[in-house]
Design a protein. Structure first.
Length: 127
């Protein structure tokens, strides 16, 4: 099968739509913020109390609202308290549980495969 390549055309930034557009707002992101995965994720809230975060999906952030954790796209942040920690192994209060499901029945063994991530995200999001 032959590959089909398309010519890419940039937008016309000299058009009125773009000329009237304001410059983007650029603000610092919190240092060390935690980007979510499609795996079950737990947050150590306090004194051994690990909370399973519902609705995790790739590359979002976990915020604390009304004493519960929510997953948001970063673009929807509005001064929220954001969970930080990059390791995901529990040492900084965030645990990403990559071995919670038995993947033996799947043909692909990669724990980050698209199908298994959809399956996991669906199960966690519906609990």
């Amino acid at each position: 099968m032959a590959s089909i390549l398309f010519d890419y055309k940039h937008p016309n930034f000299k058009s009125k739509k773009f000329l009237d557009s304001p410059a983007a707002t650029i603000k610092p992101a919190p240092e060390n913020y935690h980007a979510t995965s499609n795996h079950p994720e737990y947050i150590h809230k306090d004194k051994g109390n690990w909370i399973l975060v519902k609705g995790c999906r790739m590359n979002c952030v976990i915020v604390l609202r009304n004493s519960s954790f929510e997953v948001l796209e970063a673009r929807k942040l509005k001064g929220d308290l954001v969970v930080t920690g990059r390791t995901g192994n529990g040492e900084d209060g965030v645990y990403v549980h990559t071995s919670g499901f038995d993947h033996k029945h799947l043909k692909q063994k990669d724990k980050f495969s698209l199908f298994s991530n959809r399956l996991i995200a669906g199960i966690i999001g519906s609990s």
